[in-house]
Design a protein around this ligand. Structure first.
Ligand SMILES: C[S@@+](CC[C@H](N)C(=O)[O-])C[C@H]1O[C@@H](n2cnc3c(N)ncnc32)[C@H](O)[C@@H]1O
Length: 236
């Protein structure tokens, strides 16, 4: 389904996440051997949120990154936005996530004024969006001058000796877990498919620079299959 474009793709993505919302967090832990917790901690450290600051975690899903923001930052105002309500409903049921302000939002048209947040984070969003530069422009718009945009996303596996093992994990282990645990093999076939078709980390960094972010850098995890990109909005 990764070949779908425009509104059709957005609708497919929403339906897919609505279908797996209840098992989403458990699947993440199983697929990554618990490593995703470490990546989210790193995302929040890169956001450099001040005490009492504000965070928008867009495509928050069940609110995992927003929650990590609350853990690391005293008195943080954490907004979690997503266009799949079922994902946010699954997150809201968890007691420790009550402090998140949940908002229905599309990353291509964020319902916030310019320069609102100290940082905007996203996790596993960008390979789903129909217009990546537009998503970055919108995230940058709502970030205050000097604030940070931080992106956690999977990356296509590199051509090296590990590639067959990584492909086996992506194309066999993940869909099998998806079928057995989430009861939704399709969604977990989409994940490897969209990962393998997504931008190389350097191309994603180039798009961030094109939309005006500065000091753009990235770090790779998990044999180069996960990337965390960070850029700063000009000013201050
Ligand atoms: C793989 S989940 C990631 C959830 C969470 N960020 C995490 O790190 O676990 C992707 C989320 O992106 C959301 N999403 C995809 N496209 C979106 C868009 N255009 N605007 C807002 N949310 C979007 C989906 O609804 C889904 O909840």
């Amino acid at each position: 389904m990764a070949q779908l474009t425009g509104a059709e793709r957005a609708k497919y993505v929403q339906g897919m996440f609505a279908g797996i919302a209840g098992r989403y967090d458990l699947m993440n832990r199983l697929m990554t051997g618990g490593q995703d917790v470490r990546w989210r901690r790193y995302v929040i450290r890169q956001a450099q949120l001040p005490p009492g600051g504000s965070l928008l975690d867009i495509a928050t899903g069940t609110g995992e990154i927003a929650l990590e923001g609350l853990r690391q930052t005293p008195r943080l105002r954490a907004v979690g936005g997503d266009f799949t309500l079922e994902m946010m409903q699954a997150g809201r049921q968890r007691a420790e996530r009550q402090a998140i302000r949940w908002v229905g939002a599309d990353t291509l048209a964020l319902p916030f004024p310019d320069d609102t947040f100290d940082a905007v984070t996203s996790g596993f969003l960008m390979r789903n969006v129909i217009d990546v530069p537009a998503a970055f422009r919108e995230q940058t718009r709502v970030t205050r001058p000097g604030g940070r945009v931080v992106v956690l996303e999977s990356s296509p596996p590199k051509k090296n000796a590990l590639q067959p093992f990584i492909r086996f994990h992506l194309n066999f282990v993940i869909p099998t877990l998806g079928r057995l645990i989430a009861g939704h093999a399709d969604a977990y076939r989409y994940l490897p498919e969209s990962t393998q078709m997504f931008q190389e980390p350097e191309s994603l960094a180039a798009i961030m620079r094109q939309v005006g972010l500065v000091e753009v850098s990235y770090r790779l995890f998990m044999f180069g299959t996960i990337a965390v990109h960070v850029g700063r909005k000009r000013g201050e």
